[in-house]
Ligand binder design. Structure first.
Ligand code: HEC
Length: 172
């Protein structure tokens, strides 16, 4: 089978175009997966303790393993102690340990029902001040159960913005 000169001239550029297209698709996949990985890493909200967590917990596994967990303070205390007592775990000062547990409890905690939780539980699980927890309980007593996020916004003395990253875990 003989090819005309015309066909031969076209064959090479079209092969090149196919190769370029494949490379483009490959590049797109790499970029997409890369940005997905970055998005995953950024899932952890910035907050006091994120740096400590990245330093202490990122030594052995990626933070995705941490961010996919949701635990109460009690369970985070157990997990952090278990992790940091593994051989070759980094040394963490007691102060940093507390910061770490606060961060994990606040941002990777379990669901909290703001109508059912006691003041002590609100303080512990939402990592808010004693006064803020008392303000929620007072609002509950004064106006009955909080029905939605908008009711939480009305609680005087509560820095509700600090709870925004936890919004999906706050139940009414
Ligand atoms: C010395 C290595 C090491 C360090 C440091 C470490 N981990 Fe782990 N982690 C592991 C290993 C190994 C596993 C899987 C086996 C297991 O669960 O013990 C794991 C599993 C986990 C799990 C899933 C299991 C569970 O109990 O929920 C969580 C969550 C976790 N780590 C959180 C953390 C946090 C938070 C820190 C930082 C305080 C941390 N890890 C630091 C080695 C480590």
């Amino acid at each position: 089978m003989t090819r005309t000169g015309h066909e031969t001239r076209n064959a090479a550029p079209s092969r090149t175009r196919v190769v370029i297209s494949i490379m483009r698709i490959f590049l797109l996949i790499v970029v997409t997966l890369g940005s997905y990985a970055v998005a995953q890493a950024q899932d952890l909200p910035p907050g006091k303790g994120l740096d400590v967590m990245n330093g202490a917990c990122g030594v052995c596994h990626d933070t995705e393993r941490v961010s996919s967990a949701a635990k109460t303070r009690e369970d985070w205390v157990v997990t952090v102690n278990r992790m940091l007592s593994k051989s070759n775990a980094p040394q963490v000062s007691p102060a940093d340990n507390t910061i770490l547990v606060n961060y994990l409890t606040k941002y990777l905690g379990d669901d909290v029902n703001v109508n059912k939780a006691s003041a002590a539980e609100l303080e512990s699980e939402l990592v808010i001040t004693t006064a803020e927890a008392a303000a929620i309980v007072d609002a509950r007593k004064a106006n009955g159960n909080l029905k939605a996020w908008a009711d939480l916004e009305k609680v005087a003395g509560l820095d509700v913005k600090s709870l925004l990253p936890l919004k999906s875990r706050i139940k009414f």
